[in-house]
Design a protein around this ligand. Structure first.
Ligand SMILES: O=C(O)[C@H](O)[C@@H](O)[C@H](O)[C@H](O)COP(=O)(O)O
Length: 314
């Protein structure tokens, strides 16, 4: 993996005690002062001539503060390599610690970026039998429909690794949007009762081990869109939308209390079309209303995986 890394830059020295298994020691160049509620570390895995400057990262309103890391890659290929390593290491950690690994997928380009997990060494070394797979959002369409996030994930990832079928929690596509959201929430409650799914001691909401999220060019995550009232949902675990600005219009989605009760979140963003939202997310854009992505704040750690185009405005 790291063979392609030509530069590692840390904005802040991470004390050994706070390093996690998936945060290898990184070399440190000048350590500019950064505000306490800013990014923990940034690694640039790239040949970029102009690495991200400290000033670009000064303010991160509403984000995960000390628990936030940013990795910038010269190519989507390098990003995919590191994302597989990161995911496999968390899978190992949680399989060892709690005998299960609860992984949440989004739709979109994320699935393609998971492709390295289907290759050596991970296809053989990961304890796939311990995986339980969920969707942060799903379109209310049949599971064999082109718009189905289940179909996308099945074709690009799940059909290529030996996760037990019973551990893959797709929506009930025979129900209405409202019914499917209720049904999915009930399913999660059963999994909390039988211990597959942990509970956050802080929030009381389910605590997924890892959420692998994409972001839209408008800064949406899951099916939580800018300016939509669902962004403010505080009680429900899973809700529904019938007027999604991104087609198709009917979807179910996890709410922010559930998203932010997760242990780890990987925010995986590629392409210049998202550079504006990334810039805003890092507090460097024009003043505007808070984007949904700015509200993402998991309990343990948020890691951004950006390709250089997505990071181009930082
Ligand atoms: O069902 C969906 O539409 C997704 O879950 C959605 O939240 C997606 O992750 C982002 O829109 C990013 O999608 P892209 O990576 O394809 O732009």
């Amino acid at each position: 993996m790291a063979s392609a890394v030509s530069l590692s830059l840390s904005l802040r020295i991470i004390p050994p005690s706070s390093r996690t298994s998936h945060a290898p020691v990184i070399s440190h160049r000048s350590a500019p002062r950064v505000p306490p509620h800013s990014i923990k570390s940034i690694r640039i895995r790239t040949n970029l001539k102009s690495p991200i400057s400290a000033s670009a990262l000064k303010s991160t309103p509403g984000m995960a503060g000390e628990k936030k890391k940013v990795e910038v890659f010269d190519s989507e290929e390098l990003l995919a390599v590191q994302l597989a390593k990161y995911t496999a290491e968390l899978s190992e950690k949680f399989a060892k610690e709690r005998g299960a690994f609860t992984a949440v997928l989004s739709g979109g380009s994320l699935i393609n970026s998971l492709r390295k997990l289907c290759e050596a060494p991970y296809v053989d070394s990961v304890e796939w039998a311990k995986w339980h797979v969920f969707w942060v959002d799903e379109r209310v369409v049949p599971k064999d429909h082109e718009d189905s996030n289940y179909k996308l994930a099945y074709d690009g990832f799940l059909s290529k690794v030996p996760i037990p079928t019973g551990n893959v929690y797709a929506i009930n596509d025979a129900l209405s949007a409202e019914g499917a959201a209720d049904d999915y929430e009930t399913c999660l409650k059963h999994l909390v009762t039988n211990g597959v799914l942990a509970t956050s001691k802080t929030s009381g909401f389910p605590k997924f081990d890892l959420m692998l999220l994409g972001m839209g060019p408008d800064g949406h995550v899951a099916s939580l869109f800018p300016g939509h009232p669902l962004v403010n949902e505080k009680e429900k675990w899973v809700t529904f939308i019938k007027d999604s600005p991104k087609p198709p219009p009917e979807r179910i989605t996890f709410t922010f209390p559930v998203i932010n009760s997760s242990a780890y979140i990987a925010m995986v963003v590629n392409g210049a079309g998202k550079s504006g939202a990334v810039q805003t997310a890092f507090g460097n854009g024009e003043k505007s209303d808070t984007l949904p992505v700015q509200l993402v704040s998991p309990e343990d750690e948020l890691t951004w995986f950006l390709d250089k185009d997505a990071a181009s405005k930082l």
